[in-house]
Structures are given as structure tokens and as C-alpha cells.
Write a protein that binds this ligand. Structure first.
Ligand code: LLP
Length: 465
């Protein structure tokens, strides 16, 4: 039986969402969902020149496998395409000291959004001048640390924060800052909404005048140097129309600042949010195309407004680390469930779940997966990959065609899990958070080890004190 024939749908079989198709060859990968060194060799998934079944025989599952060459190549692609910009890798997507070092070595700057992320960046030896510090509620202590280590810029998000920075710099310290503004644009995937409605916690509104007031207040603090305005419009964005509207609104404010306050802001940050392919329905732009479009927009607007072009920066997180990682699980149980109407959905339970990837439960995110430990010619069945947590919504992959002979002990791998999976992992049900294993040129290195039971109990103080 050929693969094609083997993967024909049985009449009346459950088909899943309209976009989902049984792969033409289940023993091959859909390349644009995987990191560049990923391949199937006789049904086994290989990444970074290593056979994944062998790799996880050493580190156990679940495990995140991080393709170092892929990560570095994506970082470089952003750096090269946006060569006139500063590219800040958004550490919130995934950060550990090894990754912070790679980011630094590849010539990118690094965004952190918490004291913890700053600690990791400094521990990795990142030059503080190349660090941007975000957050809507930075404490006095956090700000004092950021200023005293000399972070390159603090992205200010509230009037309270301006007061805190004023009190810190009153001692003679100085800091460069940007002001995060709300451009009234919310972009998600293929759509953006541009309205005056700005009902969210980040930034100063341009429309109600708070952004202009924030500029005035920052300029009045002697220890603060205002670099420019910052705007971040959303996540998993596939086209530049949302950036266009945001850039137009931010630059219009920039022109007003120059006119009314006689101040030319030298920089502008357009944030992150560049989309990646989680399933075959996603078709992201490459960095070169994004760079061309964004530069054209800014150039055009600045010319129209008669202001000089600011030096631009962007903050991609997901687009660099997302596709560079996959998660490998072991199948534990396989349960066919009869649905209303008689169709059958196969529930495949794996040894992780919402504790290592909360995105499906939290955002209804779509993922795909593949059998990673062997080839199979069995006919496809619509499957749902679920975790082992005590919650019905503990789903990893909502819909995927997997070979009908998937069984306990098989390995499944889910691509595109580099961003916001390990970084949002939890100890729900006292799960041990999985390791991150970096692979490159046939060598594996555990860059984040698996948690142990001792780690779990380390903060449990008991009741016998
Ligand atoms: N810059 C700022 C100011 C941000 O708030 C973010 C993400 C980024 C850059 C990076 O965005 P990226 O290029 O990674 O999309 N947990 C959600 C995503 C939250 C994003 C928060 N901010 C998820 O899993 O989809």
C-alpha cells in the first residue's frame, strides 16, 4: 500500500476543521512548520543531526528540543534584514542564559520585562547597554536596579513610573527611556482593528492626550533622556497593515512633539508580534519582506510629516524562537471516543500537557504533531493529543491526523513550541517542568535541566516550624 492510498479518508470519517488535511506522506514533515535541521529518517525525527528517539532515551520525555542553528539563523535573518534598525529579541518568548548569549553573539539586543529576566540576561553576560526593560508595573526596587546596572533603555508605561524614575535619578543617576504609547491598533493574525477604544493596561493613550503629557513629564526630569516613542500592537501578526496604522499615529505624535515642544526624538520602536506557522494554514512573511514594508511605511510617513526619520527598533520574540523548538512526548494511552453522529475521535494522551504548553487551553491555539519514533503506513485517524493533567481542557493538539496504529510508547513531536511554552510552563498538578535540550551538529546540551522532586519541595516549608 502506498502512503497516498494509506492516507485516504474512510467514507464518513471525522475530518476535523476545514483547513486540516491528512498529510500526503505521514512519514515526512511539513517543512515550514519545523526548524530547518529537522527531518524524518526512516520515520524517526532527527533535529540538529541527532535522532530524537536516542536523544530522549537520555533525557526522558517530555522534553523541549531547541535547534541552535535554526535559532541563530532566524536571529541573524532579522538582524540582516533590519540592518538599519536595532533588533531586540523579546526574552519573554523564551529565555535562559544560553539563549541570551546566542542573542548577544548574533548581534541582537535583548528585551526583558521583569527583574527575573534581567537577572538571566546579566548572568549570561549581556552588555546592559544592549538591554531594554519593559513592564507596566515596575517597582521602585526593580527600576533602581535597572538604572544602576545601566540598562540601555527603560520603556516607561505610567505616570507613577515617571515619578519613581524621577526619585531614582534625583540622586544623580541617569537613564535613557522610551514612552510606550497606545496607538489604538490591535492586531491579531490576519486582521487588525484600528479604533479609538483602548481598553487595556499597556501604554499611554495618544488620543486622550496622556502620551503627550507623559512626554512633557519625562522631558522635565533632568536625569531622564527621552529616546523616543514605543508601540507594540499585538501578536502573531501576518501582514504589515496594523504596523502601518500604528506607525502613522505614532509619527503624527512625534511631529506634534517636534512642533509644540521643539524636541526631535531620535528613535522609535515598533514592537514585536511577527507571526509564525503553527499549522499549514499559516503563511508568515520573512524578515526581509517585513523590513522592506515597514521601512517604506516609516519613510513615507516621515516625508509627509516633514520630520526626520527616527532610528527604528523592533522586538521579535516568537518569530525567532518559536519555530526553533519542538516538544517531544511519549504516548501513554490511546482511547477512541465515539461522538454524536457516530464518528470517532481518537484521544492520544501524552506525558505532559498544559503544564508545558498552556497556549492551546489559554488561547485556543492550533498546533500540529507527528509520530517521531517510527514510520507507519496505517490509515490516518483524526486524533486529539491531550495531556495528563486533571482538566478536560488539557489539550496539546486539538486536531491532527495521526496513523491509526499510534500506541503507548510511541513518541510524538509538536513543532513551533519555542515561544511562550517553556516560558509559561507551570507546576500544575506538581508536574516537573521539562528540560530544554539544545542540539547542534550532532551534539546535544541540556541548557535547562528537568525539575526534580527536590525542586518541587524546595519552597514547601512544612507545618512543623
Ligand atoms: N514587545 C513587547 C512590548 C511585547 O509586549 C511583546 C509580547 C513582544 C515584543 C514580543 O512579541 P512576539 O514577537 O513574541 O509576538 N503569551 C502570548 C503572547 C504574549 C505576548 C506579549 N508581548 C502567546 O503565547 O501567544
Amino acid at each position: 500500500m502506498t502512503h497516498e492510498a494509506g492516507w485516504a479518508h474512510a467514507p464518513g470519517a471525522l475530518r476535523g476543521p476545514a483547513w486540516l488535511q491528512a498529510p500526503h506522506d505521514p512519514n515526512a514533515l511539513v517543512p515550514h512548520l519545523w526548524s530547518t535541521t529537522a527531518e524524518k529518517v526512516d520515520g524517526e525525527l532527527h533535529v540538529g543531526g541527532l535522532a530524537v528517539p536516542e536523544l530522549v532515551a537520555n533525557v526522558n520525555t517530555p522534553a523541549y528540543v531547541l535547534d541552535e542553528a535554526d535559532f541563530r539563523a532566524r536571529a541573524r535573518a532579522f538582524r540582516d534584514a533590519f540592518s538599519d534598525y536595532d533588533v531586540f529579541y523579546a526574552g519573554k518568548a523564551f529565555l535562559c542564559t544560553a539563549v541570551a548569549r546566542w542573542v548577544h553573539e548574533e548581534g541582537l539586543s535583548l528585551d526583558v520585562c521583569s527583574n527575573g529576566e534581567l537577572t538571566v540576561a546579566l548572568r549570561a553576560g549581556v552588555d546592559p547597554a544592549r538591554i531594554g526593560y519593559h513592564g507596566n508595573n515596575k517597582t521602585l526596587m526593580e527600576l533602581r536596579r535597572a538604572v544602576s546596572v545601566g540598562v540601555g533603555r527603560i520603556v516607561v508605561d505610567s505616570f507613577d513610573e515617571i515619578e519613581r524614575l524621577a526619585s531614582i535619578t534625583a540622586d544623580g543617576m541617569t537613564s535613557k527611556v522610551m514612552i510606550r504609547v497606545t496607538a489604538g491598533v490591535e492586531a491579531h493574525t490576519h486582521e487588525y482593528i484600528a479604533t479609538a477604544h483602548e481598553d487595556q493596561k499597556f501604554g499611554f493613550s495618544i488620543t486622550n492626550g496622556q502620551a503627550m503629557e507623559a512626554v512633557r513629564r519625562v522631558l522635565a526630569v533632568p536625569g531622564l533622556e527621552l529616546l523616543g516613542l514605543h508601540s507594540h500592537i499585538g501578536s502573531q501578526i501576518f501582514d504589515s497593515s496594523g504596523f502601518e496604522v500604528a506607525a502613522r499615529r505614532v509619527l503624527a505624535l512625534q511631529a506634534r512633539i517636534s512642533e509644540e515642544l521643539n524636541v526631535t526624538l531620535p528613535e522609535m520602536d515598533l514592537g514585536g508580534g511577527f507571526g509564525i506557522a503553527y499549522t499549514t494554514q499559516d503563511d508568515p512573511s520573512d524578515p526581509a519582506q517585513l523590513a522592506t514594508e515597514m521601512s517604506k511605511i516609516v519613510e513615507h510617513e516621515c516625508r509627509g510629516l516633514g520630520i526626520p526619520e527616527p532610528r527604528l527598533s523592533i522586538e521579535p520574540g516568537r518569530a525567532i524562537v518559536g519555530p526553533a523548538m519542538c516538544t517531544v512526548y511519549t504516548v501513554g494511552t490511546v482511547k477512541p471516543v465515539q461522538l454524536d453522529g457516530g464518528a470517532v475521535r481518537t484521544y492520544v494522551s501524552v506525558d505532559g500537557g498544559m503544564s508545558d504548553n498552556i497556549r492551546t487551553a489559554l488561547y485556543d491555539a492550533d498546533y500540529s504533531c507527528t509520530l517521531a519514533s517510527r514510520s507507519s503506513d496505517a490509515a490516518p485517524v483524526l486524533s486529539r493529543v491531550v495531556g495528563k493533567h486533571c482538566e478536560a481542557g488539557d489539550i496539546v493538539v486539538k486536531d491532527e491526523f495521526l496513523p491509526g496504529d499510534v500506541r503507548p510508547g510511541d513518541l510524538l513531536a509538536v513543532p513551533g513550541t519555542g515561544a511562550y511554552c517553556r516560558s509559561m510552563a507551570s507546576n500544575y498538578n506538581h508536574a516537573l517542568r521539562p528540560p530544554v535540550v539544545a542540539v547542534r551538529d550532532g551534539v546535544a546540551r541540556v541548557v535547562v535541566r528537568r525539575e526534580t522532586e527536590d525542586d518541587l519541595l524546595a519552597t514547601d516549608m512544612g507545618d512543623d516550624q
